[in-house]
Design a protein. Structure first.
Length: 97
């Protein structure tokens, strides 16, 4: 099992995560892992939640990007620094977990 600390923005019952990687030019390893997975586990405030992983692209990403930046505005600066597109994922709790 691999673990990575990421900034997640609340979205309904789940989270939005973005592969900002502190503005580095390279994509973070955890983004590759989420691309390969259909499920993951989120640990938040001592609570463990199994989640379904959904990669968000195109037009459906725009409103989520705005929501993410409302909470983490520095990420817009990171994207200019990195000069790459950031991956966006929505992590939703799995009800049968």
């Amino acid at each position: 099992m691999r673990r990575a600390a990421v900034v997640g923005v609340s979205f309904g019952e789940g989270w939005i995560v973005v592969s900002a990687n502190g503005g580095l030019e390279r994509r973070p390893s955890w983004a590759y892992n989420l691309d390969a997975a259909t499920r993951a586990v989120v640990h938040e405030r001592g609570r463990r939640t199994e989640v379904a992983v959904e990669r968000v692209r195109g037009e459906s990403a725009a409103p989520l990007w705005s929501k993410y930046l409302d909470t983490a505005p520095a990420v817009a600066h990171y994207q200019r620094m990195a000069q790459r597109d950031f991956d966006m994922f929505v992590l939703r709790p799995v009800e049968d977990a």
